[in-house]
Design a protein around this ligand. Structure first.
Ligand code: HEM
Length: 467
């Protein structure tokens, strides 16, 4: 029945609107949609051990090369192994600190790129493209140690080369299909028909990503593991993955695991920060008082003689409230990643059969009028009475990094990137709308929660040392 109600997620949002919890039967699966923070905490804080698995789907089978990588692996040894590797080797405090310089270089490059566009295009900036480019650069440098896969921009400027544009586009295509209610995930006998065409699109997009990743990974593995190996210190995450050893001194990760995990880290990093900041900018351009307040704070804390740095963020509560408000009101996806129950259980009096999929609704929570006053209004001030304004929302009144044992592993990095994006673009440039546009059109795309029209705006450098 659901097959012809497209887009599926809008139909589910409509069916569950206003209800704390709803059970929908999709094919053979009970799908439980949760809109209440109290119930969300029952699932992911009190009972999270039971709901720590993920569904088996066509798209995640491809993206994780047979469920090898952490985000999409069902509960079990493979998930534990990869979660441990990411926690101790990729997202450790030590690694985060050691990559600080690289993050500054990419933040500087973002400013240069916007400045370059403003000179070349008479100041109209493709804001979405610029934000996504920064996110792609951060994670490409973390994993592969490079900003560009090829020679960079044709004009030799700070922008993306054709390779990076293709890479980030393919990543967003893959992301659009992951947990996208593909019919055959709920009725496996349909898989061979590929009714929604998802399988074909998925294969094509992954081919693009693999075209860039695989040769680098294969060459690097050859260097580290054959040719007598190298005794260098690992310089990037790929080196780390390759050089990790198990307790018998054998390589801990296979090539397939490395390829799957490298690809997945790209996906986990490019989307949320860029989407949050695009919406924040759009909302703020429509509410000049909010924009002015954020800029005043930046001028007071940072001044006009230097660019914003990570160490400024504790002193920028209003800026942080703007990003938090955008994440609440404009989540990247309608639902949190699905959690699957591994036994029959009862939660808050509701019987939940084994194998159910629990979807905490990012839209249902973040825009819930029982939780948020005037929920559709972009109002950063509502967060200022929090003790310490941050993106994290452990009480699950909206979903930022979620909670429990499947919670986000990249919260510190994702937080820094999001703050840095908004802080740099607001502090370094004066923004205005293209002629003839009185306000930004805040409609969502029908098939996703992205802005229907990618944000474009004029930027004029506002710090004298940038001129
Ligand atoms: C603002 C940026 C980000 C946001 C809002 C965000 C949000 C989320 C959310 C909602 C989940 C699902 C949690 C659940 O299943 O309950 C998640 C999972 C995850 N995120 Fe993030 N994320 C961000 C950035 C990152 C970054 C930069 C990385 C790493 C490079 C990352 C790595 C992961 C991983 C590995 C998981 C899956 C953990 C598991 O299944 O065990 N995230 N994230």
């Amino acid at each position: 029945m659901m097959l012809w109600r497209k887009p599926h997620f809008r139909w589910i949002l409509q069916k569950t609107e206003g209800k704390d919890i709803t059970c929908i039967r999709l094919g053979n699966v009970h799908v439980i949609v949760v809109n209440s923070p109290e119930l969300a905490c029952e699932f992911l804080k009190k009972n999270d051990a039971v709901f720590a698995s993920r569904p088996i789907t066509m798209a995640t089978e491809y993206s994780g090369r047979g469920f090898l990588s952490v985000v999409i692996a069902p509960w079990g040894d493979q998930w534990k192994k990869m979660r441990r590797v990411i926690a101790s080797e990729v997202m450790s405090h030590k690694r985060f600190r050691s990559m600080a310089k690289m993050r500054v270089e990419e933040a500087d490059n973002l400013v240069r790129y916007i400045q370059h566009q403003s000179e070349a295009n008479d100041q109209v900036i493709d804001v979405r493209k610029s934000l996504r480019y920064y996110c792609g650069n951060i994670i490409r440098r973390m994993i592969f140690g490079c900003r560009h896969f090829g020679m960079g921009a044709k004009d030799g400027g700070p922008g993306p080369g054709q390779e990076e544009i293709e890479h980030v586009e393919a990543a967003f295509t893959v992301l659009s299909l992951i947990y996208a209610f593909c019919a055959s995930d709920f009725m496996p006998s349909l898989r061979i028909l590929d009714i929604d065409g998802h399988e074909k699109i998925m294969k094509k997009a992954l081919k693009v990503i693999n075209k860039y990743h695989d040769p680098i990974i294969e060459e690097r593995m050859r260097r580290w593991r054959t040719d007598g190996g190298v005794d260098d210190e690992p310089e990037d995450i790929l080196d780390v993955f390759i050089s990790l050893k198990d307790n018998k001194g054998k390589p801990l990760l296979t090539m397939e695991e490395i390829k799957a995990q490298a690809g997945e880290l790209i996906l986990a990093t490019v989307d949320n920060p860029s989407n949050t900041v695009e919406w924040a900018m759009a909302e703020m351009l429509n509410q000049p008082d909010i924009l002015r307040k954020a800029i005043e704070e930046l001028d007071r804390v940072v001044g006009a003689d230097r660019l914003v740095e990570e160490s400024d963020f504790p002193n920028l509560p209003y800026l942080k409230a703007c990003t938090r408000e955008a994440l609440r009101l404009h989540p990247l996806a309608p639902f949190n990643l699905p959690h699957v129950s591994t036994t029959n259980t009862t939660v808050a009096g509701f019987f939940i059969p084994k194998g159910s999929q629990v979807l905490l609704s990012r839209v249902g929570l973040g825009r819930n009028p029982k939780v948020w006053e005037d929920p559709m209004r972009f109002n950063p001030d509502r967060h200022l009475n929090e003790k310490n304004v941050e993106l994290a929302e452990p009480d699950l009144r909206f979903i930022s990094f979620s909670a429990g044992r499947r919670g986000c592993m990249g919260a510190p990095l994702g937080t820094m990137m999001t703050y840095m994006l908004l802080a740099r673009v607001l502090h370094a440039f004066t923004w205005s709308l293209p002629a003839g546009e009185e306000s930004v059109n805040l409609s969502e795309e029908e098939l996703s929660l992205f802005m229907a029209k990618p944000l474009h705006a004029f930027a004029k450098p506002r710090l004298s040392f940038l001129n």
